[in-house]
Design a binder for this molecule. Structure first.
Ligand code: C5P
Length: 232
């Protein structure tokens, strides 16, 4: 039996409206490179990743130019022009489009294009911790702040115990057939682990890093650049 391989799947078909940028946020320049290119380079340079698929919207007008200046990615990355109306749908479309190249037992690492702070060390940490697991797992961070639930007037309704709480990050890593079945059966979910949980399974939590945060608001750009420039 051939050992399972590891594939990257990057949903990058969002508009990123909260960024208020002129282009979708995955194409915002950060430390001299577009946000999405940081992510694709990290996956491409990881020796464990066999190939990476990126899902963009059918109308995407940026990816071809971005890749034309990155010849080193030619045989490492495949673009799928089939983004959906939600992240869930974009990931599922990606899984369907890559089915010829990937076996049921191969692992798929789904990673947000909006998390440019990922490193190959974090990919290795996730793979090492999860590759012999029955279910799969995800990077996540234990919650350190005291949590408040607010009411509609912006006042504290309750303090929520943070014991055992983790903030989910990506990559989230599951075997191809299980992930596809989970996403086909799930109601709309905001991450892959939720779809796996809906099958009654318990994904493994692997400690991620604060630098792997999701760039969402305009002021996140400066923080992301700080991390990425520190790497140069
Ligand atoms: O909007 P948010 O930051 O939660 O998006 C997370 C990731 O999902 C981003 O990489 C975004 O491009 C992607 N996405 C997608 N298709 C959508 C919405 C979001 O691929 N319809």
């Amino acid at each position: 039996m051939t050992p399972p391989r590891f594939f990257g799947l990057i949903p990058a078909a969002g508009a990123g409206a909260r960024m208020g940028a002129e282009c979708p946020k995955q194409y915002v320049p950060l430390a001299g490179k577009l946000m999405l290119m940081h992510v694709l380079d990290t996956f491409a340079f990881s020796s464990k990743i066999a190939h990476t698929f990126v899902v963009v919207s059918a109308e995407d007008g940026y990816i071809e130019e971005a890749l034309s200046g990155a010849k080193h990615l030619d045989d490492r990355v495949t673009v799928i022009f089939e983004g959906g109306a939600s992240r869930h749908q974009s990931v599922l479309n990606g899984l369907l489009a890559m089915r010829q190249q990937v076996g049921d037992g191969d692992w798929v690492l789904v990673h947000d294009a909006a998390r440019p702070g990922l490193t190959s060390g974090l990919i290795d940490r996730l793979i090492d911790a999860v590759q012999s697991d029955e279910v799969g797992g995800l990077l996540a961070l234990p919650v350190v702040d005291t949590l408040k639930r607010g009411d509609t007037e912006g006042r504290v309704e309750a303090t929520v115990a943070r014991d055992g709480l983790w903030a989910a990050q990506t990559p989230q890593m599951f075997r191809y057939a299980l992930l596809r079945r989970a996403l086909e059966q799930a109601r709309e979910v905001t991450d892959e682990a939720s779809a796996i949980e809906a099958l009654g399974l318990r994904p493994k939590l692997v400690e991620g890093s604060p630098r792997n945060f999701k760039v969402t608001l305009p002021h996140d750009v400066a923080l992301a650049e700080l991390h990425l420039k520190g790497d140069a």
